[in-house]
Ligand binder design. Structure first.
Ligand SMILES: [Zn+2]
Length: 100
C-alpha cells in the first residue's frame, strides 16, 4: 500500500513554536519573502487569470533575486504547481499558522 504523505504545509497550524522555527529555518527563502510573494500573486491574479504556470512567481523571484529553483521546488512539493495553486493550496495553511 502506498503511503500518502501529508504535505508539510497541511500540518503547519499544528506545529509548536519550536517546530515552526525549524520549519522556517528549512525554507529556501525568508518567511517574509514568501509572504511578499503571496501578496504579489493575489494582486496579479486579481487582474489576470492564471495560465497554470508559475509565471508570476517566477517574475517575483527574479525581481527580488530569490532562488527560483529552490523556491519553486518547495512550492511544488506543497501543491503549488502554478500561481493559482499556490494561493489555493499553500496560502490558507500558511496564514492559519502565522496570522492567528
Ligand atoms: Zn493556475
Amino acid at each position: 500500500m502506498p503511503i500518502v504523505r501529508k504535505r508539510q504545509i497541511e500540518i503547519l497550524a499544528q506545529l509548536s513554536g519550536e517546530e515552526l522555527n525549524q520549519f522556517l529555518g528549512a525554507l529556501p527563502a525568508h518567511q517574509y519573502d514568501f509572504e511578499d510573494l503571496f501578496d504579489y500573486l493575489e494582486d496579479k491574479l486579481e487582474r489576470e487569470p492564471c495560465n497554470h504556470s508559475l509565471r508570476f512567481s517566477m517574475q517575483f523571484m527574479m525581481e527580488n533575486r530569490l532562488n527560483f529553483a529552490k523556491m519553486s521546488a518547495w512550492l511544488q512539493e506543497n501543491g503549488g504547481f502554478c500561481d493559482c495553486k499556490v494561493l489555493e493550496q499553500i496560502v490558507p495553511y500558511w496564514r492559519k499558522a502565522f496570522e492567528s
